[in-house]
Design a protein around this ligand. Structure first.
Ligand code: FAD
Ligand code: SF4
Ligand code: SF4
Length: 402
């Protein structure tokens, strides 16, 4: 090996699986893409659904694991700082104001990285994910906006390894980043920056179609949607109009079967292993939420700081009662009539949790639901699969015994 070649730890390879072949995690597979590559050799350790190892991977990524006695760390993971932010000039067509795409473009333009793992869509279908190793800002920009479906981002790992690149930025959601952290040392990189987004309630492409058809008045024209902090799902349509559907009016009975089993068993809502996380759930309406977990995360934020308006995070309200009361409703799959759901949405929006407390509301509700799902469907996995921080969060509530 010459000095210009990548310095990958010598590693083992196995044959990647063909599309459609069963994955090692079976029904729980989130299609993260690792098993499409020869890195499948490491699947037993790396797969988020076969081996929950948050404590070890947090220490590997950030130098320590989260302090469970600190309420902010318990919920949001290891971090230096959090803030609300938005771009002074929002990026047209981005999911929010485009902070993620702008960071990735700046990192490329300044030569801090040579490539970016991100996900474009297929030419035929705006929601069909197509992971790429982007080498230009144009390719990064073509990946802006969420593909709200399971996406095999790690299928690009062999290309990363073979590219000879030394500095790469990877964008991804929690389950992808967990597997990536396990194999990171084998990629031949000198530096890997990980830019994460929170993620919850993801679906297969087929599941997405059912969700759109069950929930939107015009499923075929939806270009973008988000579960917003005003307790409504906002659908943006091709003509620019926005359709709002209150959370409490969603057909929970039908939607229970829409979310992928992986996502009903997932406890990494806030992407605890990324260096920097950009979402919205801990911010007030209209702002993005930024969590800087370590020095690499700070370096990424620094490259866009002058393009952002920022303000401190806030936290208002008390979510506990609302979470406790929603447990039986979710369990029985109750949907309110639309007029009642709208009234309830308006009331909760006025008096309900805001900022970090809204994020805690959402984390509590999802962790309780997912804990019950694992308990009922994979009881043999419950103890090992649920991380200590999630057990502590769920432990605040009275749950049905079976
Ligand atoms: P943009 O500049 O538009 O860039 C979006 C980036 O996301 C692109 O680089 C693209 O490569 C990447 N991406 C798109 N689809 C996927 C995918 N399926 N898997 C991996 N990467 C993808 N934030 C919250 O606060 N709460 C949530 O519950 C939440 N759920 C999410 C669910 C999904 C499936 C995704 C992808 C994101 C979710 N987010 C959530 C993050 C949020 O919706 C925005 O993506 C984030 O705030 C960045 O916005 P932006 O305008 O800066 O991104
Ligand atoms: Fe493989 Fe990823 Fe599926 Fe796990 S989630 S089985 S690592 S493709
Ligand atoms: Fe992966 Fe969890 Fe998002 Fe599902 S909810 S795609 S398992 S990070």
């Amino acid at each position: 090996m010459t000095s210009t070649q990548p310095t990958a730890k010598k590693h083992q390879k196995a044959k990647g699986l063909k599309p459609g072949k069963p994955r090692p995690a079976k029904d729980l597979c989130s299609e993260c893409g690792l098993c499409d590559t020869h890195f499948i050799h490491y699947v037993k350790q790396a797969c988020a659904f076969l081996n929950q190892q948050f404590q070890r991977l947090e220490t590997l990524s950030h130098g320590r694991d989260r302090n469970l006695d600190n309420d902010d760390e318990l919920y949001f993971g290891v971090h230096h700082s959090m803030m609300m932010a938005r771009k002074k000039e929002p990026l047209p067509g981005a999911q929010w104001t485009g902070i993620v795409s702008t960071i990735a473009c700046e990192m490329l333009e300044r030569g801090l990285v040579e490539g970016v793992v991100c996900v474009q869509n297929s030419p035929e279908d705006r929601f069909q994910p197509q992971p790429i190793l982007a080498r230009t800002p144009e390719e990064v920009l073509a990946a802006r906006v969420n593909k709200p479906t399971l996406s095999p981002n790690l299928s690009i790992l062999e290309e990363v390894e073979q590219s000879g690149m030394k500095r790469v930025l990877a964008i991804g959601v929690g389950c992808q980043i967990q597997a990536l952290r396990e194999v990171e040392a084998h990629l031949g990189l000198e530096k890997l920056y990980v830019l994460g987004t929170p993620c919850v309630d993801n679906v297969t492409r087929q599941g997405l179609q059912t969700f759109l058809e069950t929930t939107s008045k015009s499923p075929d024209t939806v270009v973008h949607y988000e579960f917003m902090q005003d307790f409504n799902v906002h659908f943006r349509h091709e003509d620019g109009s926005v359709e709002k559907v209150p959370f409490f009016g969603l057909n929970t009975k039908k939607l229970k079967d829409v979310f992928a089993p992986s996502c009903l068993s997932c406890f990494d809502y806030v992407n605890g292993l990324a260096d920097l996380v950009v979402g919205y759930m801990g911010a007030t309406f209209g702002w993005q939420w930024i969590v800087v977990r370590n020095q690499k995360g700070q370096e990424m934020l620094d490259v866009v700081q002058d393009q952002l308006h920022t303000q401190p995070v806030i936290s208002k309200g008390d979510r506990h009662k609302a979470v406790q009361q929603s447990i039986p409703a979710y369990d029985k799959g109750i949907a309110l009539p639309m007029w009642a759901a709208r009234l309830m949405g308006i009331a909760i929006n006025k008096i309900g949790p805001k900022g970090l407390e809204y994020a805690r509301f959402s984390i509590d509700s999802h962790f309780v639901r997912n804990y019950l799902y694992v308990m009922r469907n994979y009881p043999e996995k419950l103890s090992q699969h649920v991380p200590a921080f999630a057990k502590r969060i769920v432990g605040q509530y009275d749950l049905p015994e079976s």
